[in-house]
Write a protein that binds this ligand. Structure first.
Ligand SMILES: NC(=O)C1=CN([C@@H]2O[C@H](COP(=O)(O)OP(=O)(O)OC[C@H]3O[C@@H](n4cnc5c(N)ncnc54)[C@H](O)[C@@H]3O)[C@@H](O)[C@H]2O)C=CC1
Ligand SMILES: O=C(CO)COP(=O)(O)O
Length: 374
């Protein structure tokens, strides 16, 4: 069904998108199509020149012609002068590279007068087990982190490019910033819902990738619908426990970024994380899968961060543990499933009381008092 070419929107904004992979270039196209002026940074010089000549991305989403309102630049990072008049900086760089990227960009940013900062990556940093909120705090300061906005939810890049109706959650500690980001992105085919739980939203996006690997493994081993539904639901229970121990709201997990994205990525081979699991279940080796995937599957590295977090927070998350054992300890997918099936009966959902060390570390850095627990 065609959408009206012009829909009511916010005034034209000057937007810089960092990262020109599947999601960065897809969102650049969406914003360009919404009549904003978009400058998309890439670290690949050839991608930049090809994109500016042909309006096509040489390496990702190859079948699509992009909005002419998007101009590519790079590989040099922009200087302070070229960022001065920009309204929005959108970061679509994978989590493991984000800290170094922000450190390099920092000299070009005026941290006393920042544009709207929006992050769409879904992962946990391996070396520190930090969420993006903490990476921003460490690199750009607590004020920048508190003003940052995070977008997550069930949103495959390729489907957004084809204007399939899609909804996302837009969360920030600042309601004003979440609303401003939603106003810029919202369109009939890209509906935005705002929220004030960025920790929950970030954890939902990062964790669902680990459970999508589990669902893919199950399908790859030949299990059917009941088993996938069990994994999705038990995965949601584990995710909610981990997030509650991080001080996030369990209700966030009933939303688009939680069950919405979990359901999407656990049930479609369009998901890179599901595909990693599927191929592991079919007997392929992880290095071969990574080398031929052509794009990032954040769940592979996030599983390491999750393992550490659940150990330190003493959370019972057997599926996350088994995904880790297959990805990083060389166990077979079928052995992992056997171990899960042999677990004794247990309570369906027990939310932890009090928060663990990573949550306390993040809140301390942000200068936020932990809310008292009953
Ligand atoms: N593809 C999708 O449908 C969605 C992806 N996401 C998230 O967005 C993030 C980016 O994903 P995709 O664009 O799909 O990945 P991708 O693998 O397609 O592209 C990654 C982009 O980041 C660049 N990059 C990688 N490492 C970098 C570094 N260290 N410094 C600077 N640039 C670097 C690459 O050159 C490439 O342009 C991930 O966290 C992913 O989970 C979120 C929602 C949907
Ligand atoms: O997060 C996504 C869609 O919402 C994309 O999932 P994958 O990274 O598994 O492809």
């Amino acid at each position: 069904m065609p959408f009206p070419a012009k829909t009511p929107g916010t005034p034209k904004a000057q937007v810089v998108v960092f990262g020109s992979g599947n999601f960065g270039s897809c969102l650049a196209d969406h914003l360009g199509d919404s009549q904003h002026d978009v400058y998309m940074w890439s670290r690949q010089a050839q991608l930049v020149s090809h994109f500016n000549l042909h309006h096509r991305n040489k390496s990702y989403l190859k079948g699509h012609v992009f909005s002419t309102n998007v101009k590519a630049f790079g590989p040099e990072l922009p200087d302070a002068d070229s960022l001065r008049n920009k309204d929005v900086l959108l970061f679509a760089v994978p989590t493991q590279g984000l800290r170094e990227f922000l450190e390099k960009l920092r000299p070009s940013l005026n941290c006393d007068n920042l544009p709207l900062l929006i992050f769409v990556n879904k992962g946990i940093e391996i070396s520190t087990h930090a969420l993006t909120l903490e990476i921003i705090t460490d690199t750009l300061g607590a004020d920048a982190a508190k003003a940052s906005t995070f977008i997550s939810g069930p949103s495959f890049a390729d489907e957004i490019m084809r204007r399939q109706p899609t909804s996302v959650s837009v969360a920030s500690l600042s309601h004003e910033k979440a609303q401003a980001a939603a106003d810029i992105f919202h369109k009939p085919w890209f509906r935005c819902y705002t929220g004030n739980d960025p920790i929950g939203l970030e954890l939902a996006g990062a964790l669902k990738n680990v459970y999508a690997i589990a669902a893919g493994m199950s399908d790859g081993l030949g299990f059917e619908n009941n088993t996938r539904a069990m994994l999705i639901t038990r995965g949601l229970s584990e995710m909610t426990c981990i997030a509650t121990a991080y001080g996030a709201s369990p209700l966030t997990f009933l939303g688009l970024a939680g069950v919405g994205d979990l359901f999407l990525t656990c049930s479609s081979p369009t998901s890179r994380n599901y595909t990693v699991g599927l191929r592991l279940g079919q007997g392929e080796k992880l290095p071969d899968i990574i080398n031929t995937l052509g794009s990032v599957a954040e769940g592979v590295s996030t599983a390491k961060g999750v393992k550490k977090i659940i150990e330190e927070m003493k959370i019972d998350a057997p599926i996350a543990n088994e995904v880790y054992s297959v990805l990083h300890e060389g166990h077979s997918a079928s052995d992992a499933v056997q171990r899960l099936l042999l677990l004794p009966p247990s309570r369906e959902l027990v939310l932890p009381k009090g928060s663990g060390p990573y949550a306390q570390r993040l809140l301390r850095k942000l200068g936020i008092e932990e809310s008292p627990k009953e």
